[in-house]
Unconditional design. Structure first.
Length: 244
């Protein structure tokens, strides 16, 4: 059987695919090489994966219904790790339509794919800590309010959670949504603060502090994210359900 990993050329997706291959899984990777940041980095992440016999790659957009739904007839997929999305909180204010197309329509296509996979055991997808929005209670908890998004990106991720809940109720899907907090580590995204800070330090430039330097932020190391994601993937709900 095959694990489908969307966003396989992305930061988290490439690490997840590598970990799955390392434990003997057959992996189907999908990515569209979005130019949100230099695709050269994505090609570099993908190169070692494509050298693995148990890895197959398809360049496709997850919002392409025809391409994605056809996977049900071509591959024996029994688990999905859906990580493909348009990232970036600030950029969602600049180009909102791209976010709705990738994060809402793309997620809907993936949910439709789950309906066509008769042997599907588990649908795991990336939500975001951004869904907590204007919630001031800290530390955040799953039960906290998520109805006050402060960016369109956050709104699209919350929409993904709600759509998944509907499909679980209607079609008996076993699903888990992961609200990742800022992830860092090897092969990371160049637009993320750890890499911006490191580049500034290396170049002898100051790091800009906002709000008087009083801002606090949690970061998650990529190896911990991979380990946690695989634990979730391996333990679907006993009965149809949706876990966050």
């Amino acid at each position: 059987m095959t694990v489908l990993v969307t966003g396989a050329a992305g930061f988290i997706g490439s690490h997840i695919a590598r970990a799955l291959l390392a434990r003997g899984e057959t992996v189907l990777g999908v990515d569209n090489f979005s130019p949100y940041y230099d695709p050269v980095l994505k090609f570099a992440r993908l190169k070692p994966l494509r050298e693995e016999r148990s890895f197959t790659f398809l360049e496709a957009d997850i919002a392409d219904r025809e391409a994605m739904l056809a996977l049900a007839d071509r591959h024996a997929i029994d688990r999905i790790v859906h990580l493909a999305a348009q990232p970036g909180v600030r950029h969602s204010l600049v180009d909102p339509f791209v976010y709705v197309q990738a994060n809402v329509m793309g997620h809907l296509v993936m949910l439709e794919l789950t309906r066509r996979l008769k042997d599907l055991k588990h649908f795991v997808y990336a939500s975001s800590s951004s869904v907590y929005g204007a919630n001031r209670k800290q530390p955040f908890a799953v039960a906290d309010r998520v109805d006050r998004p402060v960016s369109l990106y956050a709104a699209t991720k919350r929409a993904d959670e709600l759509m998944t809940e509907a499909y679980v109720h209607q079609f008996g899907l076993r699903a888990s949504g992961l609200r990742y907090f800022t992830v860092y580590g090897p092969w990371g995204r160049p637009d993320m603060s750890p890499y911006i800070f490191a580049k500034a330090i290396h170049g002898g430039r100051p790091i800009t502090l906002f709000h008087g330097g009083a801002v606090k932020r949690d970061y998650s190391y990529i190896d911990d994210i991979v380990a946690g994601t695989l634990v979730v993937l391996d333990k679907p709900a006993v009965a149809p359900g949706h876990r966050l």
